[in-house]
Design a protein around this ligand. Structure first.
Ligand code: C2E
Ligand code: CA
Ligand code: CA
Length: 745
């Protein structure tokens, strides 16, 4: 701790209190530079009982220009120099001036030039350039004149010092504040306050910052928020824990009095900010001066803002890691929790649950209801899983779960969402697609999330039972799929896709009634990638919209040619996917090709699957009605495969049921037969046409004939083939299927 100068305390140790206080202020340091010892003596004598602003003068002596510079280089805080112009050389003084200002960079010291002879007066511009306070001939310097000159020089020195110090202090404060603003936790910030306070005062950071809790029952507890130096261990502990009564009582005094406390060994700064009372305790290593106090006030005001900012930041953080709608952790927080779970040996399962068709709810019932639904979904998850499972909302309609194997299973999730949700006045049934993973070599939280998404995508793509567990194979599949999509796009643009046609035949007469258009993707090696593999990708990537439009056009063009060839109107069935239906242009597209190829009513048939209808019944029914009114037939493809509500069929503007191939294969089992018969009877009762696909044997054909199914399609008649081959075949058989090798019984 810097206290009084030893010299001063020696001389004045027995003086009164007032004298001591006076002495506690350091003297003005004045350098006399003159090669004439006599001048030194005279000057000292003249200023012997000089006191200005309670401070005396301490003299330093130099006898040459060189010595002047040396002293000023080593001695701090010299307020002024009485400088002889002529010393070892004629211009030693003037050169010293230049060195002081330029080489030493000392702009604060006041300079009074003295010369024996008027002829050595420096030029005016030297005086201004080097900030020389005064120029006097030695004879001019009578005691009185010397006094006034010194007084004004010292005053101006003090002013310059104050200004410079506060400027430096302010710079420090600004730097400190900037440093503090980067500290985003209250602990980090508090430690910063101590270190910045110390650096501001030029001390070692030995101290701590405590806060008194505002809550009633904890009124007396003082917690150490931040600490530096040998107090560092005390962070986040009660102040008592540091076992230092002096610190404890000093801090208590500060908090109770709500003001700064200045003690010989320490200073305790009181900080108040929005309901927070804090005390920063800093060990003193030197005496604090007035300028320190002023700086401290500014700094502490800054800290208050800082505290508010830190609080704000904590709020921001809460906002950044919470989903405001559901109050659940958001995606960022979920990622963090995933990351965290990596560090622990866990048997955890991670899942993401995608709410199907959520956008429909938003669009048809409004955002309000949509929000309520999401809220309800989140609440039900939380209630069902209690604290055993982390529930987060990680996307608009995607929820994330982390929990044990026992807790997170597809069955459990399904069970949770099985009941409709209340959202305002509505009761909304919800289904979800779920992607799950256990830790498969995940290196980061992001990896886990990625695995969940891959599983989810798989569940969607393969229309699995609404869920899929991640498997490392999937990752390879994913990159393979991406590659396929890329190639599909470029092959489509390069016109390499083909549309093949498979005849449909009347069961009774075995005459060709129409065709189904089936897409083919030939490969360079002559093989074909099966549609079952690339159509889902085309759907998923949206590519199917353009491809489908092209298929539609190709099919209609082919239909014209085939009808001309056979001399009668035939029918063309074209498969349509969901993304095509979702494209607002679709009905127009259909109408355009109908016109362009002059397709008569009932000759174009669109094959749609149940999933299209379920995707968005209202919209789909609307579009179907419009298409039906334009004379377009609508066949329900893959009929019988998991149609959840047969009621729908009655409401749907469809014209045909297409019995799926799987029923053909099951027809020889008794349960399968019951199903097929039910379906066919239902179709007839609803007044719908029926067609069966995948007929491969005569037995199968006979079976369906007996069920009064009107049409059939299958390898028994013909496989799908390119238009040229089909034309050839039809020409040969005169458009009946006399080419059929096996005649039905
Ligand atoms: P799908 O609409 O159910 O088409 C009938 C599928 O059954 C075709 O498979 C056809 O080649 C096959 N098939 C026909 N008769 C028989 C038979 O007797 N035995 C057996 N085992 N199979 C038979 P393909 O051509 O592989 O098409 C698969 C699926 O790809 C289609 O199923 C359809 O969902 C989709 N697809 C094909 N072309 C298009 C298209 O242009 N657009 C859309 N959106 N989907 C298409
Ligand atoms: Ca089909
Ligand atoms: Ca089918």
């Amino acid at each position: 701790m810097a206290t009084l100068d030893p010299q001063d305390s020696l001389v004045f140790s027995d003086e009164s209190e007032t004298a001591k206080r006076r002495l506690s202020r350091s003297p003005w340091r004045v350098l006399i530079a003159d090669d004439d010892p006599e001048i030194h003596a005279v000057t000292k004598l003249a200023l012997s009982d000089f006191v200005l602003e309670n401070r005396e003068i301490e003299f330093l002596s130099a006898y040459s220009g060189a010595e002047t510079i040396r002293i000023l280089r080593d001695e701090p805080n010299v307020a002024m120099v009485l400088l002889d112009v002529v010393m070892e050389q004629d211009d030693s003084g003037l050169r010293a001036v230049q060195q002081i200002r330029q080489e030493l960079g000392n702009e604060e010291i006041r300079i009074i030039l003295r010369t024996g002879q008027p002829g050595y007066a420096p030029e005016e511009d030297v005086i201004t350039t080097y900030d020389i306070n005064d120029y006097k001939t030695k004879t001019e310097l009578t005691r009185n004149k010397l006094l006034t000159t010194v007084v004004s020089a010292l005053r101006s020195y003090r002013q310059i010092r104050t200004i410079n110090q506060s400027r430096k202090g302010l710079e420090k404060i600004i730097r400190a504040a900037a440093n503090l603003m980067e500290r985003h936790s209250i602990i980090n910030f508090s430690e910063g306050v101590v270190t910045q306070l110390a650096s501001l005062l030029g001390m070692n950071p030995e101290g701590l910052l405590c806060v008194r809790s505002e809550s009633e029952e904890l009124e007396e507890r003082i917690i150490v928020l931040g600490a530096a130096g040998h107090y560092a261990g005390a962070i986040q502990q009660p102040l008592e824990a540091i076992n230092n009564d002096a610190v404890l009582s000093a801090v208590m005094e500060c908090l109770q009095a709500r003001e700064h406390v200045y003690l010989p060994q320490a200073t305790v700064f009181y900080i108040q900010s929005k309901g927070l009372h804090a005390a920063a305790y800093l060990e003193n290593q030197r005496k604090l001066e007035l300028i320190d106090h002023q700086l401290l006030e500014i700094f502490l005001a800054n800290i208050t803002i800082g505290f508010e900012n830190v609080n704000l930041f904590e709020e921001l953080k809460a906002a950044a890691y919470r989903d405001p709608l559901t109050g659940l952790p958001n995606r960022a927080e979920f990622s963090r929790l995933l990351q965290e779970s990596l560090t622990r040996e866990t048997e955890n399962v991670f899942a993401i649950c995608d709410v199907r068709h959520f956008s429909d709810v938003n669009e048809t019932l409004g955002q309000d209801v949509g929000n309520k639904l999401l809220h309800a979904i989140g609440e039900r998850f939380s209630a069902a899983f209690k604290d055993d499972v982390v529930v987060a909302r990680i996307g608009a309609d995607v929820f994330g779960l982390i929990g044990s194997r026992q807790n997170i299973t597809p069955e459990r999730i399904r069970q949770i969402y099985s009941e409709p949700y209340s959202a305002g006045e509505d009761r909304i049934p919800v289904t979800m697609t779920v992607g799950l993973t256990q830790l498969h070599d995940a290196q980061s939280g992001l990896d886990i999330l990625k695995q969940c998404y891959i599983a989810l995508k798989n569940a969607k793509l393969h229309k699995l039972n609404g869920y899929a567990y991640f498997h490392p194979q999937m990752e390879e599949d994913t990159s393979r799929r991406l590659d396929l999509v890329r190639r599909l796009r470029s092959d489509f643009l390069a016109n390499k896709l083909e549309v093949w046609f498979q005849p449909q035949v009347s069961v009774n007469e075995l005459k060709v009634t129409g065709f189904e258009a089936l897409l083919r993707w030939p490969q360079a090696d002559g093989s074909y990638i099966p549609p079952a593999e690339f159509i889902p990708l085309a759907e998923y990537s949206g590519l199917i919209v353009d491809i489908g439009a092209w298929v539609l056009e190709e099919s209609c063009r082919a239909l014209r040619e085939l009808s001309t060839l056979c001399g009668r109107t035939l029918r063309m069935a074209v498969n349509v996917s969901i993304p095509q239906f979702r494209n607002l242009e679709f009905p127009n597209q259909v109408e355009r090709v109908l016109q362009q190829y002059n397709i008569a009513e009932g000759r174009l048939e669109l094959e749609i699957t149940e999933s299209i209808v379920m995707d968005d019944p209202t919209m789909v029914i609307e579009i179907l009605k419009r298409l039906r009114s334009r004379g377009v037939g609508i066949a329900i493809d893959d009929f019988g495969v998991g149609f959840s509500s047969l009621n729908y069929i009655q409401q749907l503007p469809v014209s045909k049921l297409k019995i799926d191939r799987t029923f053909v294969q099951q027809a020889d089992t008794s349960s399968g037969a019951v199903l097929v018969e039910t379906i066919s009877r239902m179709g007839q009762q609803l007044g719908l046409e029926t067609i069966v696909e995948g007929i491969e044997t005569v037995e199968q054909l006979n079976y369906f004939r007996q069920l009064k199914i009107a049409e059939a399609q299958g390898y028994i008649f013909a496989k799908p083939m390119p238009l040229a081959a089909l034309k050839e075949m039809l020409e040969l058989g005169q458009c009946s299927l006399s080419l059929l090798s096996t005649t039905p019984k």
